[in-house]
Ligand binder design. Structure first.
Ligand SMILES: [Zn+2]
Length: 286
């Protein structure tokens, strides 16, 4: 099944967004040649970015999630609009680490200590950026903390990436459940009780459950109503025209017939330019 996002409500106080993102993460894995650890880390970050960006109001708005920790994976950068299309990369895609004490991929150690930044470019003069310290580097916990402290949105945030023995992505997804202001105590305690009984999201995805079924189990006995369902995927908006301006620094070092290869950070797409294209661009634009 193709990847998709669902949004909806349960009662009047529970708002949710869920994403099935297996193909999106598999596309990222292939493009960036990600290790297992890097697939889990970037996969969680990409899924989180789709969820956060789905709340943007206008079609040109852009949300960028940056996770800068001191761990061996290096920085992670992902961006998406509200159309469900996401792109992203991390600095050291080849890094592997031993499994953690729970026999899981050690994303927390891979990311390390540092900060998470969420930038929203809403087409105004200055983009807005919110920052929090990383709680664990496991990403879901860090994004939950960001939403709570930076945007005052009490929430449950969960992300899961399950990897096959050959390194490909078996299942991936995530969800955000928000408790809206004025919610009766009873709703909060019901959700807390349900969450206490739940297995990890990765385990539930492995059981073949769809993301909306998993959300339903968190909010039982309240019934979920889905208002939006739409496709999501990995898509980069790079182009030759956008990359060319970044190459004018090479101007003095190249000959007309020399071929320069430029690679997009976000999607690893390769573009080839002739020296004279770069020179002509510089002459026209400086
Ligand atoms: Zn690209």
């Amino acid at each position: 099944m193709s990847d998709y996002l669902v949004k909806g409500m349960a009662e009047e106080f529970i708002r949710f967004t869920g994403v099935n993102s297996r193909q999106t993460i598999e596309e990222a894995r292939k493009r960036h040649n990600l290790s297992r650890l890097a697939t889990a880390a970037l996969g969680r970050a990409l899924t989180a970015t789709i969820i956060l960006a789905s709340d943007l109001k206008n079609s040109g708005d852009l949300l960028t999630l940056r996770i800068f920790g001191d761990g061996p994976l290096g920085g992670i950068v992902c961006s998406a609009g509200n159309d469900g299309m996401v792109r992203g990369y991390l600095l050291n895609p080849e890094v592997e680490l031993p499994l953690n004490d729970a026999s899981k991929l050690d994303v927390g150690r891979g990311v390390g200590k540092g900060h998470l930044y969420v930038t929203k470019d809403l087409g105004l003069k200055e983009p807005y950026t919110g920052t929090v310290q990383l709680v664990s580097g496991e990403i879901a916990e860090d994004v939950a903390y960001y939403l709570y402290y930076s945007e005052q949105r009490p929430n449950v945030f969960n992300l899961g990436v399950l990897i096959n023995p050959d390194g490909s992505v078996a299942r991936a997804g995530g969800y955000l459940i928000e408790i809206l202001p004025g919610a009766p105590e009873e709703i909060i305690s019901t959700l807390e009780k349900n969450l206490g009984k739940q297995q990890s999201l990765t385990y539930q995805l492995q059981q073949g459950k769809q993301i909306e079924e998993i959300i339903q189990e968190v909010v039982n006995p309240y019934k979920i109503e889905i208002y939006v369902k739409k496709p999501v995927g990995f898509l980069c908006n790079c182009s030759r025209e956008k990359l060319l301006p970044h190459l004018i620094g090479l101007y003095s070092e190249i000959t007309d017939e020399e071929e320069i290869e430029a690679v997009c950070h976000f999607c690893r797409e390769k573009y080839t330019f002739l020296g004279k294209e770069i020179k002509e661009y510089k002459e026209k634009n400086t």
